[in-house]
Structures are given as structure tokens and as C-alpha cells.
Design a protein around this ligand. Structure first.
Ligand SMILES: Cc1ncc(COP(=O)(O)O)c(C=O)c1O
Length: 474
């Protein structure tokens, strides 16, 4: 079990990391000495040393001999991509063969993979997950050979409701429906509020998993211009709502995939009001909220929903344990309808899995775990941006997300990321070409790098090589 001292150094490291990322402590600036900070916080010097080591591991600070600690100089910056400009009409959806191939290879150990958008197993607290599973199996072994009752575990629903308070949502545990994954939650929401042929508005570019769901439900995608930093253009969405028969909006307001945009709080409020005033449901994916480095962007759009139009979908696939396959949805007025669809299609989850997750969510130290994950991935994303600036062709643009482990690159227009993908696969390097993230043929010159997997010499070399391959095509 973690003691207070265990988490104290993480608290100090996190506060300092926040100051660095917010720019309050600028790159290259000297930070307080160990002794000064220990006095300021009233803690031992060894606690501050531990905090500084954590920040060094995250490459946020560096020790300079006989001079003290300094904020690490940031890698050379490249400009960010512009707001996307998708077509104004809804499109029917089909996934390319290349996308299917990339998905299969993303987890193949023979490839250096930037394909998957998931942290590698060693970034999770595997031991904690294993212990929770063992406890749950021992305590609920009789459940292994019985059908679950159909209503998910109340402790888990309460734990999820408490967890959602961190996003500014006050949910009644009764209203939470536990699912197998965030994608199952989203599928259920879409089924509850749409019919085949309907139009769903989403970000552009958008997560290919959403496009696959739309394809299988026979829905049409209306891609809305999206800015890599501030997310959905609400002016464009408002225009689309005025001119198109939009039945639902599907959106990832925090750390969208693939461009990592996070809407400012004022935009979240405006989105809730815009859709509320027109009674158009918003399916809000909060999967990445705990990975965002800025507190105010972890607040869900749901927190501003005065009309009851927002359905919130989440899971623990990116922060606690993707292998437990557990997600959740708070679907407000659509809850009963959604539960009927779920009962008829997928039934409920295994009791031991739900119990283990409830255990994990209520243990102390969960917040510290999120912070650690955020710091680790932030360091490598920063490093990867530096490698891109160094090795990719002139004219490349790259996103600068407020957290998470995904980068979106816009290469010079003449580079075809499918051709680059073929060349990279021949050298056993895998990434996601831009065409996977749209129902149109846009983003041919773009690509997504998933940086949650392994990260070491091989990956740094592979990124450099990818840049060389792209340069040869420029
Ligand atoms: C935005 C978004 N939503 C949902 C998912 C899938 O989550 P889950 O594994 O819980 O279905 C992903 C996975 O990459 C994602 O990026």
C-alpha cells in the first residue's frame, strides 16, 4: 500500500510539472535548489530529491554539474497543422484495406510500432491489477460458473460515479451502465438515438474506430472542421446544424484522437448550450480526460449540460488496464432504451472483472498513478516532437497536445502517407496513415504516431528512419 511519503514526492513533482507545462517556469530556467524547495514545502530533502528524479526521468528538468537543476530546453518547435477543411456534405463510410493491415501489424512484435494508441503493458501498474484480479476471483469464485444477474456491480457503479466527479459530473450510480469498452458504450448510444442512413457529426480528422462503428450501423459521417488545439469549430457545427439533418454529434472534447485537441472550458459550455437548444444529443467520449495535463480541460461538456442532451462514455483502457475490457456510459434520458439494446445484444460483464475494477478505482494512489503515466508519456512525446523536427522534411507540421501519447503530422502535400506506409512496412516500421481518420480521401499527406508503446533506442532510430523515408519522397 502506498504511504503518504510515497505520494508526497509525486505531488511535488506534479506541481512542478504543471508549472513547466503551463510555461510559468520557462525552458532553460533554473528551478529552486533541493534545500530551498524542502524548506518551502516543509518536507525532507530526500522527498524533494525523489521528486526531482521523477522530473528528470520525465525529461522535464536536468541537473547541471555544480549549477543546480534547470527546466529542460524544449526541442525545436514545428508549426501546428491548421484547422481542417472537410467537405460540407455527409459521407458514407468504408475502411481501407491498408487500415486493416496496419491494425493487424500494430501489435506484431516483429514491427517497431507507432500504430497503436495505447500505453504498453509496462506503463500500467500490472502488479496492482493482478492483485485486484486475484482478490476478486477468490472472493467471488462462485460467480465464475453462473450467469451474471444482468445488473452490474453496485460498488463499481458507485466508484465510476465518484470518478466522474473529477470531471465535474454529478451522476447517480443508478444511472451508470457498465459496458465492455468505450466503443461499446458509443455504439449503444448511437443505436439509441439514430437509425440507419442518419447523419452523425464528428471531428475531422476523427478516430477510425468511430468510422468503423458508423459503417456497421449504416450511418453517414459529417466531418466538422477541427482545430488541433481547440477542437471542433462551433461556428462550423452551428452552420452544419442549420443546414443538415444531424441526428447526433460524437466528439472527444479532451485529447481527441488523432489530433489531440482539447476544447477550452468556454467552448465546452457553448457546445452544451448549442446542442441543448436544438435537442441534438451529444455522445461525449471522455476516455482520455485523466491523461490531460490541464485541469480545466478535464472537465466534461456534461458538466455544462442543462438540457440533458449529453451522454458520457468512458473506459479504463488507456489509464488502468485495457485487458479488463470494461467501460461505462451515463446516458441520461436514453438509459432505459440503451439498456434494452445492451441486454438484447451483448448482455453483461463478468462479475470478477467488475469487482476487480471497483477495487482498483477505490484504492489510494490512483491519482498518483495517472500523474506518473502523464509524466512518462509527456516526456517521450516531447522527445518525439524533437526527432520529427530534426529528421522529417521541411514543411512538416506537428501537433502539440496537452497530454496523451499521440502525435499527428501533416507532411508536405506531395507526400503520400500510404506510399510512405508501404515503404516503412518493408523496413518493419508501422504507423497509421492519415486516410484512416476520415471518410473522405483527405489527410493523404498526414500520419498518426502512437507513442504509448515501447520507447527506446529502436523506436528513436525507427522515427529517424521514417523521417528519412519521408524526406526521400518530398
Ligand atoms: C477516442 C477513442 N475512443 C475509444 C477508444 C477505444 O476505447 P475502448 O478500448 O475502451 O473501447 C479509443 C482507442 O484508441 C479512442 O482513441
Amino acid at each position: 500500500m502506498q504511504t503518504q511519503a510515497d505520494t508526497l514526492y509525486l505531488q511535488i513533482a506534479n506541481d512542478m510539472a504543471g508549472l513547466i507545462r503551463a510555461g510559468t517556469l520557462s525552458r532553460g530556467e533554473r528551478i529552486p535548489s533541493v534545500r530551498t524547495l524542502a524548506q518551502q514545502h516543509g518536507v525532507s530533502q530526500s522527498t524533494v530529491v525523489q521528486a526531482y528524479r521523477t522530473l528528470e526521468d520525465a525529461r522535464l528538468i536536468e541537473a547541471r554539474p555544480r549549477s543546480g537543476y534547470f527546466v529542460t530546453a524544449r526541442p525545436p518547435r514545428l508549426p501546428e497543422p491548421d484547422t481542417s477543411k472537410p467537405p460540407v456534405d455527409a459521407q458514407s463510410v468504408g475502411m481501407s484495406a491498408m487500415a486493416a493491415q496496419m491494425l493487424a501489424l500494430a501489435h506484431d512484435p516483429a514491427y517497431t510500432s507507432f500504430g497503436a494508441a495505447c500505453p504498453a503493458p509496462d506503463l500500467f501498474d500490472q502488479e496492482r491489477v493482478r492483485r485486484a484480479m486475484t482478490r476478486a476471483t477468490q472472493r467471488h469464485r462462485q460467480s465464475l460458473c453462473q450467469y451474471p444477474s444482468g445488473h452490474s456491480d453496485e460498488t463499481l457503479r458507485r466508484a465510476i460515479a465518484r470518478h466522474a466527479m473529477r470531471m465535474g459530473c454529478s451522476f447517480d450510480a443508478e444511472g451508470i451502465t457498465v459496458t465492455n469498452s468505450c466503443l461499446e458504450s458509443i455504439t449503444l448510444c448511437l443505436r439509441a438515438v439514430t437509425q440507419p442512413g442518419d447523419v452523425v457529426a464528428l471531428e475531422s480528422p476523427t478516430y477510425y474506430g468511430f468510422l468503423q462503428i458508423l459503417e456497421h450501423l449504416g450511418l453517414r459521417a459529417l466531418e466538422i472542421p477541427t482545430h488541433p488545439r481547440t477542437g471542433l469549430s462551433l461556428d462550423a457545427l452551428q452552420f452544419a446544424l442549420d443546414t443538415q439533418p444531424i441526428k447526433a454529434v460524437l466528439c472527444v472534447p479532451t485529447l481527441s484522437n488523432p489530433i489531440g485537441s482539447s476544447m477550452p472550458p468556454s467552448e465546452r459550455k457553448r457546445l452544451a448550450q448549442l446542442l441543448g437548444s436544438r435537442s441534438v444529443p451529444l455522445i461525449e467520449d471522455v476516455l482520455y480526460n485523466d491523461l490531460c495535463e490541464e485541469d480545466d480541460k478535464r472537465r466534461a461538456v456534461k458538466a455544462y449540460d442543462t438540457h440533458g442532451v449529453v451522454m458520457v462514455c468512458g473506459s479504463f483502457s488507456k489509464t488502468i488496464a485495457p485487458g479488463l475490457r470494461l467501460g461505462w456510459v451515463e446516458a441520461g434520458r436514453w438509459t432505459e432504451h440503451l439498456r434494452q439494446i445492451k441486454a438484447a445484444t451483448c448482455g453483461s460483464q463478468a462479475v470478477v472483472l467488475e469487482r476487480a475494477m471497483a477495487d482498483l478505482l477505490t484504492q489510494p494512489g490512483i491519482e498518483a498513478g495517472y500523474r506518473q503515466l502523464r509524466n512518462t508519456v509527456a516526456a517521450r512525446v516531447d522527445e518525439a516532437r524533437g526527432l520529427v523536427a530534426q529528421h522529417f522534411p521541411k514543411g512538416t507540421r506537428v501537433t502539440d497536445p496537452a497530454g496523451g501519447f499521440i502525435l499527428w503530422l501533416e507532411l508536405p502535400a506531395q507526400i503520400d502517407s500510404l506510399a510512405l506506409c508501404r515503404a516503412a512496412l518493408a523496413e518493419r516500421i508501422c504507423f497509421a496513415p492519415g486516410t484512416m481518420f476520415s471518410a473522405t480521401d483527405r489527410f493523404r499527406h498526414c500520419l498518426r504516431l502512437g507513442l504509448g508503446g515501447q520507447w527506446g533506442k529502436t523506436e528513436r532510430q525507427a522515427l529517424k528512419r521514417l523521417g528519412e523515408l519521408a524526406r526521400a519522397m518530398a
